[in-house]
Design a binder for this molecule. Structure first.
Ligand code: ADP
Length: 678
């Protein structure tokens, strides 16, 4: 076969295979046609034969048992060489092409053959409709025509069959597609149900979140609002939907109350720029006309192409905290004003890092320049050596006990070397998370003037007292001599006068001793002479003396059996006498004074309770200060110098004891101290 023929044969075979007819079962339609051809042509055999690559295969084989023969013996493969015409072989024995063909020389003893090529629509001869006889003959014209018609029928059937098959295939595809579609529809339904469920879930979540949430379209018109949003604005969902973010309904204002231009609204900004806006403080009015401060975030919603087609706004009602903050700011401002008008220095220190932040005024008091750094050790270095450890201890005790403190100490200025006295306060601040003290802060006030004044007074008092002491001792000695003489002369009147002089001299001596004590305390010269003694014993002796001396008041003593302390007996007695004398001095005659001692928690407690004038609340914090006296009408006739309690405090604190008082003005006071038991 040349190239053209071989390509053609290839195409012809492809056309044949496209009918999918080879090796299929016999079919009645085709068998009817071969029977018809045999009848028309009066032949015992009629075949519908398809010429395959190496064989011819019979779809219908009327009068012949075989279903296929080799192609090399095939008559039909000759017939299809001339696709347009019927091929007739009158007597195969006389035809050189077939005379040696086994189908001619043997069974089925072919003599006559007429084959009508079966042409498909594209002109390919797929095979032939042939009639065969065992005796020589030729078809009449009308037989030939009829055979042609039957051949057309075969082609028709073939096409029908092919179409049917395609149809079935298409149907199959269709039903497959249908079931796929059905499955897809089911999935879609499930997805829609899921979507609805998750939408409901989201809606539920949005409804329980503490923040108001609203969604707008690209124009800023509300398309969704959660429940909280409706609560904030006091509007129901129906009334809210469709409203614009800049609608007059909201009365949008800035946090300072000024009106807000539309283009400043966070939703408008998010829609216009495609960027989120966070933590904007907005002032609005709800439907009841109540102003509300809202912290607002706005987030643009973008589609897959990045086009902004809406925005989400979230609102937190911060009215309460905002107003508090404002108040706090105001009070902070007034505090600052107070601090600066009192010329106070302020400081803050990180407990962990010991990083100190000091105000300009504080630096000034410590002798540093305003722009100069002042570290904690640098500040400590300027505190006078006598007080440095004390200041350190007080700060440490504030941290460990979490309590505020107030204390006074001298400083030597860093640059100017000037001595200044300051009064300092310390406050503790806790870490909100772990409850540990994280910060200390406080104020520093310049009290140099007051301290100097006090010092001058103390110096003066000390000096004068000292100077008075000698003449007083001389007066006392002379009075003693005169008293003896008076006794010798039995001069009772003189003796009485001398005893009065002695009494006044004793009073004066006590006063001078007090002044000297104050001066000694100031100079740190007060000395303790400690010994172990029984407090109950001291009280018993004091009781005896007091009951003899004091007749103006009813003294009631109540004391423990035994309470041993290691202390300076004279000085502790001085404190007790001072308390009793004050109780007598500051309460009306005939009232009761209770003096009591008891032991508790390893201490002996002494209390002196009166029914006197009491101490006003504003004075109570200063009552143990040097020279402090209450100024009131009731105090006008009460003489004194405000030294007694100051000395008492020094004595008890030098013993590492505690001293204090409780008092209600007009009702009475209880003064107390406690000392460690041995
Ligand atoms: P003085 O009694 O000499 O003034 P003190 O230091 O003993 O000095 O007392 C200081 C001030 O405390 C008194 O001036 C008085 O105002 C007040 N005070 C002390 N004891 C009492 C008391 N028992 N009742 C009322 N006020 C008292």
């Amino acid at each position: 076969m040349d190239d053209y023929n071989s390509i053609n044969e290839q195409k012809r075979l492809e056309a044949l295979y496209s009918y999918d007819i080879l090796d299929t079962d016999t079919e009645r339609d085709f068998d009817d046609l071969t029977a018809l051809a045999s009848a028309i042509c009066d032949t015992p055999i009629s075949l519908i034969s398809f010429v395959d690559k190496d064989r011819q295969w019979f779809k219908s084989h009327h009068g012949l048992d075989a279903r296929q023969t080799d192609r090399c013996h095939s008559f039909c493969s000759h017939a299809i060489q001339d696709p347009e015409h019927l091929m007739q072989v009158e007597d195969a024995r006389k035809d050189v092409r077939f005379q040696d063909n086994p189908l001619v020389t043997g069974s089925p003893d072919i003599r006559f053959y007429a084959g009508m090529p079966l042409l498909d629509g594209d002109g390919y001869a797929l095979g032939s409709l042939c009639v065969i006889d065992q005796k020589p003959k030729l078809l009449t014209k009308s037989q030939q025509k009829a055979l042609q018609t039957v051949a057309n029928q075969v082609i028709g059937k073939l096409l029908l069959r092919k179409n049917n098959r395609n149809l079935i295939l298409a149907n199959k595809n269709l039903s497959e597609t249908n079931s796929k579609l059905k499955a897809a529809e089911e999935k879609l339904k499930e997805a829609i149900a899921d979507l609805k469920e998750s939408k409901d879930k989201i809606q539920n979540i949005l409804d329980i979140v503490g923040e108001g949430i609203g969604i707008t379209d690209s124009e800023g018109n509300i398309v969704y609002t959660n429940r909280r949003n409706q609560e904030i604005f006091q509007l129901d969902e129906k009334s809210m939907l469709g409203l614009s973010n800049v609608s007059s309904e909201w009365n949008n204002r800035r946090s300072d109350g000024s009106s807000m231009p539309h283009n400043e609204h966070p939703i408008t900004v998010a829609l216009a720029t495609g960027n989120p806006v966070v933590d904007y403080i907005l002032l609005v009015s709800d439907q009841n006309g109540n102003s509300k401060y809202l912290r607002m975030n706005a987030m643009p919603i973008k589609d897959a192409n990045g086009t902004v087609n809406g925005a989400i706004g979230s609102f937190a009602d911060i009215t309460e905290s905002y107003l508090w903050q404002q108040k706090l700011k105001e009070s902070e401002n007034s505090l600052q004003a107070a601090i600066s008008s009192a010329n106070l220095g302020t400081w803050q220190m990180n407990v962990q890092t010991k990083e100190l932040t000091a105000s300009t005024r504080m630096k000034e008091l410590f002798g540093f320049y305003p722009d100069e750094p002042m570290s904690f050790p640098a500040a400590m270095g300027q505190i006078a050596e006598s007080h440095r450890q004390l200041v350190n201890d007080i700060i440490e005790s504030s941290i460990s006990k979490d309590e505020p403190n107030e204390f006074e100490y001298p400083i030597v200025g860093y640059h100017d070397k000037k001595l200044r006295w300051v009064s300092a306060t310390v406050q503790t601040y806790k870490n909100p998370g772990d409850n540990t003290i994280s910060y200390l802060s406080g104020t520093i006030a310049d009290i140099t003037e007051r301290k100097m004044d006090e010092q001058r007074r103390t110096d003066f008092v000390g000096m004068v007292s000292h100077e008075l002491k000698n003449p007083l001792t001389a007066i006392k000695a002379y009075a003693h001599l005169v008293n003896r003489a008076a006794k010798n002369y039995n001069d009772n009147a003189l003796e009485d006068k001398i005893s009065k002089i002695d009494h006044q001299v004793n009073r004066m001596e006590n006063l001078i001793n007090g002044f000297l004590d104050v001066a000694r305390i100031g100079e740190g010269k007060i000395k303790l002479e400690k010994s172990q003694f029984d407090m109950a014993d001291l009280l018993k002796i004091t009781e005896g003396e007091c009951l003899n001396m004091i007749t103006s008041h009813h003294l009631v003593f109540e004391h423990t059996t035994i309470a041993i302390v290691d202390a300076d007996r004279n000085k502790v007695e001085q404190v007790l006498i001072n308390f009793i004398n004050n109780a007598v001095k500051y309460s009306p005659t005939d009232t009761v004074i209770y003096v009591k001692s008891f032991t508790k928690d390893g201490y002996v407690h002494i209390t002196v309770k009166d029914q006197g004038m009491g101490i006003p609340g504003k004075d109570q914090g200063f009552i143990f200060d040097r020279f402090y006296r209450v100024e009131s009408d009731a105090m006008k006739n009460k003489k004194g110098f405000g030294m007694g309690l100051y000395i008492c405090k020094e004595i008890i604190e030098r013993h590492n004891g505690q001293i204090g008082m409780e008092s209600i003005e007009g009702i009475g006071s209880t003064f107390w101290f406690r000392l460690l038991l041995v």
